[in-house]
Design a protein around this ligand. Sequence first.
Ligand SMILES: Nc1nc2c(ncn2[C@@H]2O[C@H](COP(=O)(O)OP(=O)(O)O)[C@@H](O)[C@H]2O)c(=O)[nH]1
Ligand SMILES: [Mg+2]
Length: 208
Amino acid sequence: MSKSVARLGIGGPVGSGKTALLESIVPRLIKKGIEVAVVTNDLLTTEDADRLKRGGFLASERIIGVETGSCPHTAIREDPTMNLLAVKDLEMLYPQLDIIFIESGGDNLASTFSYDLIDSYIFVLDVGAGDDIPRKKGPGFLQADLVVINKIDIAPYVGADLDLIRQEAPLHRRGKPIAYTNCKTGEGLDEVIDFIFKTVLFRHSSVS
Ligand SMILES: Nc1nc2c(ncn2[C@@H]2O[C@H](COP(=O)(O)OP(=O)(O)O)[C@@H](O)[C@H]2O)c(=O)[nH]1
Ligand SMILES: [Mg+2]
């Protein structure tokens, strides 16, 4: 299915830092002249969309909160109709868009996106979930185009061995990229921005 604007999914468990990642990278992309819009997914509220609007770095009209009202992965994989409609609205309102982010509702390690909805997706995990997370080999972790292991700052406080994560995660990812981030300080975000330019925006512009 051909898409007129690049679409990047942001998936991962509840609280791993998906919205925080958007809050960190969207202003950086805007500074580089990229035209951005965002769709967020929550079960019964538009909490994340409202939070991004309060952030003030993106015009409120460029942010749509989808209320999925069901299992979050249904709305990004089995039946992405609601998200596709939100994407279509944004594309019609802003024909100049370069990229639309679609943040999934917080889900589990099995959560993946339909490629009818997105071109690529990032799976966000945080070290607070434990240093055994890479070994659990969830499909989201294994298949995502980029894995972001976030909250590296809290590793010492939750007894997670970051060196072990850095050692084991690449073995299971088999060469696919991983970024280690701290959304509070910006550490590691250059790798995420690089991925977006090289893999998402470049690939999209070279095929469209
Ligand atoms: N210490 C620390 N906290 C973070 C980081 N990223 C996100 N958080 C916090 O983790 C909580 C959940 O983040 P949020 O972006 O809402 O997660 P989401 O549910 O995946 O969208 C919030 O209180 C954030 O401030 C990080 O890199 N370090
Ligand atoms: Mg969120």
